[in-house]
Design a protein around this ligand. Sequence first.
Ligand SMILES: [Zn+2]
Length: 126
Amino acid sequence: MVRNVRENLILSGMICIAFGGFLTIGGVLSMGVIIGISGVLLFVIGMGTSSNQTLAPAEIAAWKPSAEQLPDANRIMYRVDVTIDEPKKTTILCGPCGTVTELDGDRPKEFTCPSCNTKLYEDEEE
Ligand SMILES: [Zn+2]
């Protein structure tokens, strides 16, 4: 995930520095120097990257679950995601056929997949 870019860079940097150090001690000087320098660069980039670099608002607005088929657990599987921010958008992932349907507004009371005509759910309380 994008959120861990900084941690990953710092970690890779430290691994490279350590690895470079070992190679230098082991006599493979040129390799050790190259890897060591890359490690220092990664580390510096990692430290320079703002740690609260999360998903940009536009990316969050554009986010929707990937189209994938959910495992069939003896009942119809589906996933409903509703955005927290206005304007509200609901994405419904149909388990049987893996189609993601995007709707404006809140979670509907009932939903039938337009792609495979499977009734995914119906809220019982009225
Ligand atoms: Zn479907």
